[in-house]
Write a protein that binds this ligand. Structure first.
Ligand code: HEM
Length: 119
């Protein structure tokens, strides 16, 4: 489950940047297709995340925070892509993006116990 979770968000991260670069190059059609694939990946991220969450014996506040920040990142993926597509400002969302990623990586890899880095 943890590997499926990591694979899903890693793939989403890559496709997100590819979609942004396609939008910027004016290749709207390709970008829109990636945006749809991304939405399927969001569902997979949430499903695997929820699966991990419910495999936990006692869900504490750190787990809740991890889930919330995960959902926040998905929201930011959507917001940033939507705004890039419409040529609107994205700077405040990029700041949130960096903060949210630092938080999620800290919570996922360091704070919470199920790490594939230190099994
Ligand atoms: C783009 C969004 C997300 C990212 C980047 C992300 C990232 C991560 C990372 C880096 C880990 C640690 C993997 C490891 O230690 O090997 C993890 C684990 C986990 N994630 Fe996510 N996640 C996201 C979304 C979600 C969502 C939406 C949920 C809940 C619905 C969720 C729930 C969990 C849970 C429960 C764990 C296990 C934590 C542990 O005990 O170590 N994640 N995630």
């Amino acid at each position: 489950m943890i590997h499926a979770h990591i694979t899903a968000w890693f793939l989403a991260l890559i496709l997100f940047f590819v979609a942004i670069s396609l939008f910027k190059k004016g290749k709207t059609k390709g970008a829109k297709i990636l945006q749809m694939i991304l939405r399927v990946l969001y569902l997979l991220i949430i499903a695997t995340g929820a699966g991990l969450l419910f495999s936990v014996y006692k869900i504490d506040v750190w787990y809740i925070l991890k889930a919330v920040v995960g959902l926040w990142i998905i929201g930011l993926f959507e917001m940033i892509l939507g705004r890039v597509a419409n040529n609107r400002r994205t700077s405040t969302f990029w700041i949130q993006f960096v903060v949210a990623w630092l938080l999620v990586l800290y919570l996922g890899f360091v704070k919470l116990p199920m790490s594939f880095l230190h099994p």
